[in-house]
Design a protein around this ligand. Structure first.
Ligand SMILES: [Ca+2]
Ligand SMILES: [Ca+2]
Length: 495
């Protein structure tokens, strides 16, 4: 703090009494505290206990279509619905992050807070309710910004680029300012600020769909870049620390190289100066790890050193596929990506989609619960995964093996220093694997990551639902562990 400023504060405080201190404190401190730690000490909002957890789901808000069907029109109704239908599962699964899609009821997209699009008199009633509900339940939010937030707008809008750039800029600036937790114009009672803002959901897919209907420019890379530049500048103006996330639909799912071509064009335009985190979606039509690897490498080649998040993911569990396959894939998907540098992975949905959704819809059966809220095997596997891996040192994961269809990774728990290996086998039939234990490891427990039943309905006791595997300890130093593995991933935990 400059001496002159200090002097002015002291003088004002002397004149106004202690009220003068509170009058001046927020603004002064805001200017000078740049880190979360400093702000915590200064008594400002912090969200950082959750910060590094990679486990997230998209399913905290209510999709606007669903809200319409069940008749939700107010913030109170929305809150009650989320409290009863979603929060209990977030808690039991141990998930601390939620990403808010732009199409939810109470969206952070432009129409959600400023329906007349003039950048003035923003109404945050529904957004505040979402933020309050999240922080009361120890959930941190990733929100999506969009010039066109509703389901139908991107299908029919004439232009993607905001008519008034000033109004759009003002919407973003006020939005970010309200939830950044710097003490200036914050939501009253804000404890967990929003520091991650994703611009738009799958703009490349929107472009592809609109092109097929005769408007090839709509949401093109050039248009997205235009909006991104505005967005990035407005976000940073309100909050230097905030991170801007760009998003693409991903590879596969019958959309070929749409995302790759789109990203190449964005790169030509100079996109790297206008985002902090790259994100894409993962809905493969294969349960094999090499597909995940192939897609990740393709994107990595195009984004330099930017961090990567996966902001939606799921696997269909197509009709006729087993619950076991879906559950096993969750482990492969999370562990492979986390070990290869992906910092957050958002699971699309807690529950399967409504029976009215057409068969073949890419994520219809990707829920952890059935549409009737019965836990599937994947529910217990997700819970187990969070239980075993949460609190790992995420910057210190060893890739032991990624070849011959065998994948072995080693995590270290930050609080105890104990190791956890995750192992799976993508080959048909069983394979023998060997892992070398740490020098001081005495006991390990090997547990399958998927319950030993056919469906989640058969699981009556979580604690005894997972099969333990016996291993041979080979005469060597450090000890080696040898065991057989089929198509269910296992955790090897140091005890
Ligand atoms: Ca307005
Ligand atoms: Ca603020």
């Amino acid at each position: 703090m400059k001496t002159m400023n200090k002097l002015i504060i002291v003088v004002v405080i002397l004149i106004l009494g202690i009220g003068g201190y509170f009058l001046l404190k927020p603004e002064r401190l805001v200017q000078e505290t740049n880190t979360f730690e400093e702000r915590a000490k200064a008594g400002y909002p912090v969200l950082m206990t959750n910060q590094n957890s990679p486990f997230a789901t998209n399913d905290f808000g209510i999709p606007s279509k669903v809200a319409k069907v069940v008749g939700i029109t107010t913030a109170e109704q929305m809150t009650r619905e989320i409290e009863s239908q979603k929060i209990p599962y977030f808690k039991e699964l141990g998930i601390k992050w939620a990403r808010l899609h732009p199409n939810i009821f109470g969206t952070f997209g432009w129409s959600g807070v400023d329906p007349d699009h003039d950048g003035r008199n923003l109404d945050f009633t529904k957004q505040d309710a979402l933020v309050k509900l999240a922080q009361e339940n120890n959930i941190s939010l990733i929100a999506a910004i969009s010039p066109l937030p509703t389901d139908t707008e991107w299908l029919t809008a004439e232009t993607y680029i905001p008519e008034s750039k000033e109004a759009y800029f003002s919407y973003i600036e006020q939005l970010v300012e309200r939830y950044d937790g710097d003490g200036k114009d914050d939501m009253p009672g804000l404890k967990y600020p929003i520091k991650y803002w994703q611009l738009e959901n799958e703009p490349d897919l929107h472009n592809k769909v609109r092109a097929s209907r005769g408007n090839a420019n709509f949401s093109s890379p050039d248009e997205y870049f235009e909006v991104l530049k505005l967005t990035y500048q407005a976000v940073k103006k309100a909050d230097k620390e905030a991170k801007v996330i760009i998003n693409l639909v991903g590879i596969g799912q019958g959309i070929g190289n749409t995302s790759i071509n789109y990203l190449q064009r964005l790169n030509e335009l100079g996109v790297e100066s206008y985002y902090d985190i790259f994100s894409y979606h993962v809905y493969p039509q294969s349960y094999d790890t090499f597909v995940l690897r192939d897609n990740l490498l393709k994107f990595k080649q195009l984004i330099g050193s930017k961090p990567i998040w996966i902001t939606e993911s799921g696997i269909n569990g197509k009709l006729g596929e087993t619950e076991e396959k879906q559950a096993a894939w969750i482990i492969k998907h999370y562990v492979f990506h986390i070990a290869n540098g992906v910092k957050k992975i958002v699971w699309l949905t807690l529950t399967d989609m409504s029976p009215n959704v057409p068969e073949g819809t890419v994520a219809k059966y990707s829920g952890l619960l059935t549409f009737r809220l019965a836990p599937k095997l994947s529910y217990y596997t997700y819970k187990k995964m969070v239980e075993v891996l949460e609190g790992s040192d995420w910057d210190n994961i060893q890739i032991i093996q990624e070849k011959d269809g065998i994948y072995i990774y080693k995590f270290v728990k930050k609080d105890t220093g104990k190791s956890v290996w995750v192992v799976w086998n993508d080959n048909q039939g069983t394979r023998k694997v060997r892992i070398t234990l740490d020098r001081d490891t005495k006991n390990v427990k090997i547990v399958e990551a998927v319950p030993k039943y056919k469906t989640g309905k058969d699981v009556t006791d979580y604690d005894t639902a997972f099969r333990e595997i016996k291993a041979n300890v080979l005469e060597s130093y450090p000890s080696q562990l040898e065991f057989e593995i089929g198509n269910i991933p296992v955790f090897v935990e140091e005890k």
